[in-house]
Design a protein around this ligand. Structure first.
Ligand code: SAM
Length: 177
């Protein structure tokens, strides 16, 4: 089973709370196993992602690491390929087969300004189109391409709440703790 961890760079407490939370929630829903928050420490983001993971099940852990280099060093030491998502990178459709050969991947996404050293630290600089857009969109497309759609059927064991898909309305199952 693949192990994908997301490194969110350059988080700013005042401006990025919502987008950073969405990065991790999208990552979790689409098959990633963990997240690393970098930039400003923000316990509210860590807490809200942990709460979702606890309630909705599955295995997703999140932690803070202020140093980008330390996070990358940890990943490389543990056998992860480092994939930096950037509009300046190589086309995802041409590189995804090579990335898929790696079962452990650290996916790096930026906020406003990405330090130049990231391009050199990465094993792959990958573009999801060469147009500027969003870290959430880039990450979602990357995970979908990496897993080839299998992530859409992912299970979330240990959930306290789950949705039963329905044509209309809301069908929700809840279990006692
Ligand atoms: N201008 C910033 C920079 O220094 O590169 C990037 C800003 S963008 C709002 C935030 C993040 O979204 C980027 O760091 C990248 O991870 C992701 N992103 C945006 N467009 C992308 C694209 N076309 N392909 C891949 N990733 C993208």
């Amino acid at each position: 089973m693949a192990e994908i961890v997301i490194l969110r760079l350059g988080h700013r407490k005042n401006r990025d709370k919502r987008v950073t939370t969405h990065v991790f929630l999208a990552a979790r829903a689409l098959g990633a196993r963990g997240g690393i928050l970098s930039g400003e420490r923000d316990d509210a983001v860590l807490e809200s992602v942990r709460k979702v993971a606890e309630k909705w099940g599955g295995r997703f852990s999140i932690r803070y690491e202020g140093s980008l280099r330390k996070a990358v060093r940890w990943a490389k030491k543990n056998g992860f390929a480092v994939v930096h998502l950037t509009m300046y990178g190589e086309r995802i459709q041409e590189k995804i087969a090579a990335v898929r050969k790696r079962r452990k991947v650290l996916v790096v996404v930026g906020a406003e300004k990405v330090p130049a050293e990231v391009y050199g630290l990465a094993d792959f600089n990958i573009a999801v189109t060469s147009q500027p857009h969003s870290e959430v969109a880039a990450l979602a497309v990357f995970l979908h391409e990496y897993f080839g759609g299998r992530e859409l059927g992912a299970r979330f064991p240990g959930a306290r709440i789950a949705i039963s898909p329905s044509e209309r309305g809301k069908s929700v199952r809840k279990w006692k703790e």
